[in-house]
Design a protein around this ligand. Structure first.
Ligand code: PEP
Ligand code: MN
Length: 337
């Protein structure tokens, strides 16, 4: 439900509306839209007694949000959300390129990759320290040491960093190192983890669960938003289908749908989305054409030796070639890189 206060209404009218919301135990967020103060209330409209709020002094109108997601919806907040990390804006005019290894493997390789991706135009460094591997025998990541190396490499090259956390109890520790907290596809419906990510004040990159509908994905975002963290970046990374020639089916239509339904920025991960380095370039260009606010791409100096996801990682030359091709596509859709 959205309550629009009349322009320049007296402050005590607003206080009374907020007191009523408090009385009902409702969580709310306050925005300024032009001269109007707007109160967004999460929860079911019927339970919120729309008429009672409509009757309050100073209330111009009350709108019910019909989607199950409320704070994530465009009805709640018509203007696009721009997430700011360091000097980088995600959701603005510029298409943001995030790149780096699937996993932080060693000091030498993460530093080398950071320097190279930065030179090629990346503005955010990615790298996993806690890896969600299918097999317990596969490389699980360097943990806290990996986060430390990633942060150091990022600082050296002026790149904010993004990394995944798997467990709610690691969130507080991870935010000492990361500029963006990543919640991976396998944990997209891990509600205790989503709530914990909602309690910190670091932006969250929320991957789409590989079996999730767009609505389920936005409901996961809602878990983070209702805890008070307003900086959520959605990431389309492909869903499981019957198709076997790609690791996942990259759902670029989700970009268009999410842009209509939500104010949150959307980035695309063509690496996990396809599972093969040779498809990464075309899907990156297509993602930008489709309106994505950014890309997150796996890059490794020697993909054949990578400890995880080498088959879908671009080497440095291929990444450079890709970034050169992005600008004309971005320009064609009124964006820049
Ligand atoms: C990753 O980005 O490192 C990752 C594991 O991706 P996803 O959660 O999309 O599989
Ligand atoms: Mn990976």
């Amino acid at each position: 439900m959205i309550i629009v206060m009349a322009a320049n209404t007296a402050g005590d009218n607003l206080d009374k509306v907020l007191a009523m919301a408090d009385c009902k135990g409702l969580k709310y967020h306050i925005y300024q839209v032009g001269n109007n103060t707007v109160i967004g209330i999460a929860g079911n409209a019927k339970d919120n007694n729309i008429e009672q709020f409509e009757a309050c002094n100073g209330v111009e109108r009350v709108l019910a949000i019909t989607h199950p997601f409320k704070l994530a919806s465009r009805d709640f907040k018509p203007d696009p959300t721009v997430v700011r990390v360091g000097g980088v804006e995600i959701g603005g005019e510029r298409v943001v390129i995030m790149a780096g290894p699937c996993a932080v493997e060693s000091r030498q390789s993460v530093f080398e990759t950071a320097a190279a991706v930065r030179e090629a135009g990346a503005v955010i460094l990615r790298g996993g320290a806690f890896k969600p591997r299918t097999s317990p025998y596969s490389f699980q990541g360097l943990g806290r040491e990996g986060l430390r190396l990633l942060k150091e490499a990022g600082r050296l090259h002026g790149l904010p960093v993004v990394s995944e956390v798997l467990a709610p109890e690691d969130v507080e520790m991870a935010v000492e190192y990361v500029d963006i907290l990543q919640i991976g596809s396998r944990n997209a419906q891990n509600y205790p983890l989503l709530k914990e990510a909602g309690r910190v004040r670091v932006p969250v990159l929320l991957k789409r669960g590989m079996m999730n509908t767009i609505e389920e994905w936005l409901m996961s975002a809602e878990y983070i938003l209702t805890e008070g963290n307003e900086s959520v970046i959605l990431c389309e990374r492909g869903i499981r289908t019957f198709e076997g020639y790609t690791r996942n089916t990259l759902d670029l239509s989700a970009v268009a749908v999410v842009k209509r339904l939500s104010h949150l920025p959307v980035v695309v991960d063509p690496s996990h989305g396809t599972g093969h380095w040779s498809y990464v370039e075309s899907m990156s260009l297509a993602a930008v054409a489709a309106g994505a606010d950014g890309l997150i791409i796996e890059v490794h100096p020697d993909p054949l030796k990578a400890l995880s996801d080498g088959q879908q990682s671009l080497n440095i030359d291929r990444f450079k070639a890709l970034t050169k091709k992005l600008l004309p596509v971005a320009k064609a859709v009124g964006r820049t890189v």
